[in-house]
Design a binder for this molecule. Structure first.
Ligand code: UDP
Length: 194
């Protein structure tokens, strides 16, 4: 992919359709990918915080999460075709995973919200296999979550811990996994739970 650099963050010049198809291909080929859907808040936080920037630098793809980033590209004379948000990508990947019978792991949101998110996925995407899940208020020193992901080998790992935790969690743990598409999706579990 061609990239556009905004404040040191390399955004891929891509569309929702193209990005989602690329990620499905990575999953099918049992490859590893880390996707950051970056809004202006993420760009600024990476600009101001070196540790967070190092996490973002590990991403395979950074997409423009919101019109603010698309407009920001225009300001520096560049063009990003459209926004590719975390929620839209999450919905599209669930749709394609449902068609292909692929598997997912869900990490994040509160103890109360997560079961509702799972119930929605089971209803709307019945052929998606959920290999495991954990709410987002856990001890980072405990290896139970990465161990479960390593053992159950999901095609996609959706991490809804908010900024900067979700990108830091993925960056810190992804070396332990053989394959999978890893993506931070902010408040998307809450949105899907209704
Ligand atoms: N969250 C979590 N663990 C935390 C903090 C937040 O799982 O330690 C979840 C929260 O329940 C919500 C999601 O992360 O589902 C996004 O949270 P928030 O809206 O605060 O994040 P942001 O909008 O900054 O990305």
């Amino acid at each position: 992919f061609d990239r556009v650099n905004i404040l040191g963050v390399p955004f891929v010049r891509t569309t929702l359709k193209e990005m989602s198809e690329q990620l499905v291909t990575h999953a099918e080929l049992k490859e590893k990918a880390f996707v950051v859907t970056a809004n202006p808040e993420i760009v600024l936080h990476a600009y101001e915080n070196d540790d967070y920037k190092r996490s973002i630098d590990k991403a395979t793809y950074v997409t423009a999460d919101g019109i603010g980033v698309v407009k920001g590209a225009q300001l520096i004379g560049e063009k990003l075709p459209e926004r590719v948000t975390g929620f839209d990508l999450f919905m599209r990947l669930l749709t394609m995973a449902n068609e292909k019978g692929q598997s997912i792991y869900l990490l994040g949101a509160s103890k109360e919200v997560l079961p509702k998110t799972i119930a929605q996925i089971e209803t709307q995407f019945p052929h998606v296999k959920i290999t495991g899940s954990h709410h987002g208020f856990f001890d980072w020193a405990d290896d139970a979550i990465p161990n479960e992901i390593r053992e159950t080998k999901p095609d996609y790992v959706f991490v809804a811990l908010g900024l900067p935790r979700q990108e830091n969690w993925i960056a810190q743990h992804m070396d332990q996994f053989d394959h999978g598409v890893f993506m931070g999706i902010g408040g998307s579990f809450d949105v899907l739970a209704g």
